[in-house]
Design a protein around this ligand. Structure first.
Ligand code: SF4
Ligand code: SF4
Length: 455
């Protein structure tokens, strides 16, 4: 069994050019999800947009030659270990595929098939199982969730994976904001012209919080010095970032309790005056609310949305929500959002470059969370700024300092490069890849007073 990492563009080209077929492994809901996601990717890949000039390579890369064909056209059957499912049909939209036992693999011509594992939950077991089937020695096998987003070079598919899908998917999650119907057309044109497009930018305005959550994803209680960021620098960063950005879906204010930050009014006023800033999301724990009348008025602007999740402190969050409602301030209350262990001690797990790519490219946070700008420095993932602050972590790859670029052109090119680079050194220091899909914790467990260090 060959387990090389790949990407959907390469797989699709292989299926079309080499007339190969696909066998899926895992017939649950994950199979439908996997088919849907692969089709989305292929659809964007084959859609009519010119590959921007910064993607060099052969002619195929510039003028993509293949017409859209859904992955179902290449699927032969689905394997599943569950005897209850074997022999039945798996229905995807109007098409049916037979569910077969693993022994069926003995019959297939391994030169003409590839296997795609659809499930994340049983992925390791299936890999182990397949590795004992000697007759599959030369057959390529991929896991949708782990190694189908691997890129050695810049390519059209990389733009789909890193720019278009995160943008379009993120847009769908903002049910409370109405986006223009031609949003996709707009970002396609900008990408063609070599402009920088990103799905979100978070500006770190403070690291002061009124809680001390043990597993705070932003490591707020662990910081050496909690502080409000210099407001002049924040305003400068906002200008710098938007002077080189073609389209940004939304702005977020982070890192700790931003609604209580003393500079919130000045920052909001600035953002609300900017046409390029379309929506502003502010994350709050809801324990308290701002008292300054001017800030309250700014928060009531329809461009602003507060996002509050469950902190196990119902009485206080209810009171805040009541206050915000009375003032016409919109709150997106995520009552069902569940907590996972994130704020564990950063450590260097010494991943290989290939593993870093698989890790970063399959990380949902990397795909959908906003990039973060703090004190003149931009990172693709905010957690990487924390690793710099809290550990020995350093990288000459993961972040860029605005001050290092003397022209807008240079900065824009650097932003595009950072966005397209398929790995971050910091992922080796992160707890997120080690999370188990179904392992949740109690919300907002507090650190005892005075405890600052790690467990
Ligand atoms: S998780 Fe807790 S400590 Fe961290 S920013 Fe949110 S409320 Fe503050
Ligand atoms: S540092 Fe962690 S959260 Fe950020 S992209 Fe890497 S794995 Fe994902």
């Amino acid at each position: 069994m060959i387990y090389n990492s790949t990407n959907i563009q390469e797989i699709f080209e292989g299926l079309v050019n080499k007339k190969k077929h696909v066998i899926l492994f895992g017939a649950g809901r994950c199979a439908s999800e996997c088919i849907k996601k692969i089709n989305e990717y292929i659809w964007y890949l084959c859609d009519s947009w010119k590959t921007p000039d910064y993607i060099t390579g052969d002619v195929c890369e510039k003028d993509y030659l293949y017409a859209y064909a859904p992955i179902e056209e290449f699927i032969d059957c689905i394997i599943d270990n569950d005897e209850e499912k074997q022999g039945k049909d798996f229905l995807y939209h109007e098409q049916t595929f037979q569910i077969k036992p693993p022994d069926y693999l003995k019959e297939v011509d391994t030169d003409h098939y590839i296997i795609i594992i659809t499930t994340e939950k049983y992925e390791n077991e299936i890999r182990h199982q397949l590795s004992h089937m000697d007759y599959l020695e030369n057959m390529p096998c991929y896991s949708y969730n782990r190694n189908m987003h691997y890129y050695d070079n810049y390519s059209r598919g990389l733009i789909v994976d890193r720019v278009i899908i995160p943008y379009m998917e993120k847009m769908k999650t903002f049910l409370y904001w109405k986006f223009p119907e031609n949003e996709y057309e707009v970002i396609k044109r900008l990408i063609e012209q070599g402009e920088y497009v990103c799905n979100g930018a978070a500006f770190q305005i403070t690291t002061i919080c009124n809680l001390r959550c043990k597993y705070c994803a932003d490591y707020v209680p662990k910081m050496k010095k909690n502080r409000n960021m210099d407001v002049t620098q924040i305003l400068r960063d906002i200008d710098t970032f938007f002077s080189v950005t073609g389209r940004c879906l939304y702005v977020q204010l982070s890192t700790a309790e931003a609604v209580l930050c003393v500079n919130l009014g000045i920052i909001l006023k600035k953002l609300l005056q900017m046409e390029q800033v379309r929506f502003i999301e502010i994350i709050t724990n809801g324990l308290s609310y701002p008292k300054d009348e001017e800030v309250v008025k700014l928060l009531a602007n329809p461009k602003v949305m507060l996002v509050m999740s469950d902190y196990n402190m119902q009485e206080k969050t209810d009171e805040s929500r009541k206050f915000y409602k009375e003032k016409g301030i919109r709150v997106n209350y995520l009552a069902k959002q569940r907590w996972k262990i994130e704020g564990t001690k950063p450590y260097d797990s010494k991943m290989s470059h290939a593993d870093l790519i698989d890790c970063y490219m399959s990380c949902k946070q990397a795909k959908f969370c906003p990039l973060e700008i703090a004190e003149g420095r931009l990172t693709a993932c905010g957690r990487i700024q924390r690793f710099v602050e809290l550990s020995d972590f350093e990288s000459n790859h993961d972040y860029l300092d605005f001050a290092d670029y003397s022209t807008k052109k240079e900065l824009k090119e650097a932003l595009i490069r950072l966005n397209l680079d398929p790995y971050m050194d910091g992922c080796a220091w992160c707890a997120v890849p080690r999370q188990k899909p179904s392992e949740f914790i109690e919300p907002a467990e507090q650190l005892p007073y005075g405890v600052k260090g790690w467990d």
